[in-house]
Design a protein around this ligand. Structure first.
Ligand code: ADP
Ligand code: 5GP
Length: 228
């Protein structure tokens, strides 16, 4: 008797694998914030509490900081290579921030859709505006520290930057904050637990928006005999 291999036909009556339920549309979540507001802290918490999120690893021309490793938060490339990639139209969005280029590669969105995940991007206000034009139902979230004084003390407590850089970041924050009205949601990062819970609530609620649920709903309606 021939041995059964995983590819041989199932004997009659054998249990068939259950087809996966149709999925809703993938969502895009953009998070922006002035440096020091706690964006990385909140993004890391969100990623560890929600495995359905795919973090978009950007390309940048800035040098790695501290113990940053290529492929963790960024792919580090030269200005020349970045400009070649711009010319080839490889970026979904890109911007110059603090004198360096940063960009999101087209393939990350395709990958999120293919893997049935939602995309999470940590990008600046210019990139957020570009992305909103390309992906209109992208959800944008702006994170704010509760005050300038608290932002300053967080920048200092992080002990990552020189006095000069801290003052530059505070001046940039005053400019960036004026763009808050372009965002769908504002999260004030006062208590970190509460801010993290609010972010997760936004992600969960946005996932079940009717427009995103259409592919998931249709087969359910069909079981009720609905003509669509
Ligand atoms: P960003 O990514 O926005 O630059 P970080 O996540 O690095 O900011 O946070 C800046 C500093 O503030 C870090 O030392 C972080 O631990 C701290 N921090 C973040 N959120 C809070 C919070 N809600 N309360 C107090 N400290 C916070
Ligand atoms: P940092 O160098 O501190 O990691 O990031 C500096 C700024 O660049 C942050 O505001 C961050 O959100 C933004 N940034 C990171 N990646 C991208 C990207 O791919 N596109 C855009 N437009 N901004 C980015």
């Amino acid at each position: 008797m021939a041995t059964r291999t995983p590819t041989s036909p199932e004997p009659p009556g054998a249990a068939q694998p259950k087809p996966l339920p149709p999925r809703r549309k993938s969502a895009v979540f953009i998070i922006s914030a002035p440096s020091g507001s706690g964006k990385s802290t909140l993004v890391n918490r969100l990623l560890s509490s929600d495995p359905q999120l795919l973090f978009s690893i950007s390309y940048t021309t800035r040098a790695p900081r501290g113990n940053e490793r290529p492929g963790d938060s960024y792919f580090y490339i030269s200005r020349e290579e970045f400009e070649q990639r711009i010319a080839r139209g490889e970026f979904l969005e890109w911007a110059e921030v603090f004198g360096n280029y940063y960009g999101t590669h087209q393939s990350v969105w395709e990958r999120a859709c293919r893997e049935g995940k939602d995309l999470l991007l940590d990008i600046d206000v210019q990139g957020a505006a570009q992305l909103k034009q390309k992906i209109q139902d992208a959800v944008s979230i702006f994170v704010l520290a509760p005050s300038r004084e608290i932002l300053e003390s967080r920048l200092r407590s992080r002990s990552e930057d020189s006095e000069e850089v801290i003052l530059k970041r505070l001046a940039e924050a005053a400019v960036e904050i004026r763009n808050y009205h372009r965002y769908d949601y504002i999260v004030v990062n006062d208590d970190v637990e509460e801010a993290a819970a609010t972010l997760l609530a936004i992600v969960r609620a946005e996932r079940v928006r009717r427009e995103r649920m259409e592919p998931r709903i249709r087969p359910i309606l069909e079981t009720f005999g609905e003509i669509l």
